[in-house]
Design a protein around this ligand. Structure first.
Ligand SMILES: [Zn+2]
Length: 124
């Protein structure tokens, strides 16, 4: 027998269906956790959290793939060497770009363009 004060949701306990024994929330026939609106809201929040987590993961994978592919394009035999020496390459480009008189003009221009791309000043 289900009283008006206990939840009308059916649960399985001891291998048999029974009514939930929790008290109803005012204005409904369900307790808090079996209220369809509560379940819908909880599901929506869970889905939003999952979507946000997945978007972050997807962005991370895209960035990692682009970085690895760039390193592989420069040195297919040892892409890790490229990644480990990027800072040194930027330092060399900065030195070339800043003392233009010692290098041919096109070399200085290439160094300046590469630095601008590295610093995000020019989109590819
Ligand atoms: Zn309940």
């Amino acid at each position: 027998m289900v009283s008006k004060e206990t939840c009308s949701h059916r649960i399985f306990r001891d291998f048999s269906p029974q009514h939930c024994s929790k008290k109803v929330v005012d204005g409904t026939v369900f307790c808090k956790i079996h209220n369809p609106e509560y379940i819908k809201e909880k599901s929506r929040k869970s889905r939003e959290a999952w979507d946000a987590k997945w978007q972050a993961e997807k962005s991370s994978r895209t960035l990692a793939d682009a970085a690895v592919n760039g390193c592989k394009a420069m040195n297919p035999g040892n892409p890790l060497a490229v990644a480990q020496n990027i800072k040194g390459m930027v330092t060399a480009l900065t030195a070339i770009a800043s003392c233009g008189g010692n290098y041919p003009g096109d070399v200085v221009d290439i160094a300046k363009q590469a630095l601008a791309k590295v610093m995000g000043e020019v989109k590819e």
